[in-house]
Design a protein around this ligand. Structure first.
Ligand SMILES: [Zn+2]
Length: 438
């Protein structure tokens, strides 16, 4: 009887343990990373940096409002860039410069032999020229287009540099702090594309984008976008009947695109987002245009979808030509968006470092869904990269009603400050977690 009791107790315990293990999707950092963060957290100088960031909160938010009030439409970031360049230079970074693309950056050198980490926030907004970007405050929240995305990232970045200056921490690796152009929309990552083209020895990348202090973006959704134009002879709908139509050709294409199938995993999507063309109701259309967006979390599936779509687009022109047997329909495809997809392991050094840093500041780290950010480019090149928030809360990004709640927003820069320290190493305290690529 006693034995039976013990056996059933054992079974119940085993069942409980199994269901507990199943309930947790377990992620943790390695003992080595834990040790690094244990040591960093106990350093007087690190404490000083973290305390500084908390004390700098009001100042950081003031700077965020100032940056937001300088318009930075796509391809017109220059005024904000020049202002940001002055702020970087004022904080004592070396080699502060603007590159040909319009990125502004400066260096905080390490003691040598360490990795080179690029920390950036994007200068551009989605808002066109003439948008009212003045900041309004109501019930403790700040309202303005671009107040979070990415004025918060830019302000957080400056607060982090000040924390380095105050704490006087000697890092092993070099840190480049950067305000970059071209993250949004048709900017098509032109800023980071130029940075990784021109600076060959970047070993890791952190993008500070919008608000938050818990989520971690480390997977990159790629996209290819096309503007497609069909052209034909055009003519009167009655008198010229028998000529091929550009709109009919495009309709053939859209019908076939609508029937494409794509995998659920990796998530792969397509849409014809915009159409236009034609002259009048009683004309055979001489021209028709559409814009197509394709996305995937893996490059292979994106390229596979693209190849099938291109084939459909061309075949539709040929079929419309063959239908009437006379004049030709031609088609042109212009690539207007090219963001590479990419994956990296969730135990990549920067993911580990930010996970541990999030715990040090008492927040709960979350590995986020794949998305399209400045980190797409380095991830596609195999360079460790993450996109994380600059603290606080936000909503309605990319709309005129965008708002930012600055409550406890200092946690954002604190978390990134710790991540940088772990990644590049602190002289005499911890070895860099981020390996050098060569
Ligand atoms: Zn953004």
């Amino acid at each position: 009887m006693k034995e039976l009791f013990l056996v059933s107790c054992g079974l119940i315990c085993l069942l409980l343990a199994c269901s507990f293990a199943q309930a947790q999707t377990f992620y943790d950092v390695t003992p080595a990373v834990k040790e690094v963060y244990g040591r960093l957290a106990s350093q007087e100088s690190v404490r000083k940096g973290l305390d500084f960031i908390k004390g700098d909160h009001e100042n950081t938010v003031t700077e965020q409002k100032q940056i937001c009030a300088i318009p930075a439409p796509p391809f017109k970031e220059q005024v904000r860039a020049e202002d940001f360049q002055k702020r970087l230079a004022g904080l004592g970074l070396s080699d502060v410069q603007m590159d040909k693309e319009g990125n502004v950056f400066g260096l905080r050198p390490g003691t040598g032999k360490g990795p080179k980490l690029l920390v950036a926030a994007h200068l551009d907004t989605v808002f066109p020229e003439g948008t009212d970007v003045s900041v309004k405050e109501k019930d403790g929240k700040l309202y303005a287009p671009g107040i979070a995305d990415d004025s918060r990232g830019l302000a957080a970045l400056l607060a982090i540099i000040r924390a380095f200056n105050t704490s006087q921490i000697k890092t092993t690796g070099d840190i480049i702090f950067c305000g970059n152009v071209g993250e949004e929309g048709l900017g098509d990552l032109r800023g980071v594309k130029a940075l990784f083209r021109d600076i060959k020895d970047i070993d890791g990348f952190i993008s500070i984008d919008s608000a938050g202090a818990e989520k971690i973006t480390y997977l990159a959704t790629g996209s290819h976008r096309y503007e497609i134009t069909y052209k034909g002879p055009g003519g009167h709908s009655f008198l010229a009947f028998g000529r091929p139509s550009a709109i009919h050709a495009m309709g053939r294409a859209i019908g076939k695109i609508a029937d494409l199938t794509t995998p659920k995993e990796p998530k792969t999507t397509f849409t014809v987002g915009v159409v236009g063309g034609g002259t009048s109701v009683n004309s055979i259309a001489a021209e028709a245009r559409m814009q197509v967006d394709m996305r995937s979390n893996h490059m292979k599936e994106l390229l596979d979808l693209e190849a099938r779509l291109i084939e459909i687009v061309k075949r539709a022109a040929d079929e419309e030509t063959a239908r009437w047997g006379g004049d030709r329909i031609t088609v042109q495809m212009k690539l207007v968006g090219d963001r590479p997809a990419g994956v990296q392991s969730n135990d990549s050094p920067l993911v580990q470092a930010i996970w541990a840093s999030t715990q040090v500041i008492g927040q709960r780290p979350v590995l986020d869904e794949p998305s399209s950010t400045d980190s797409n480019l380095p991830i596609s090149l195999g360079i460790p990269a993450i996109t994380v928030g600059g603290g606080g809360k936000d909503d309605n990004n990319h709309s005129p009603n965008e708002w930012f709640d600055p409550t406890d927003a200092y946690l954002g820069p604190q978390r990134i400050f710790l991540t940088i320290l772990g990644a590049v190493g602190v002289d005499g305290v911890s070895e860099p977690l981020l390996p050098r690529r060569k």
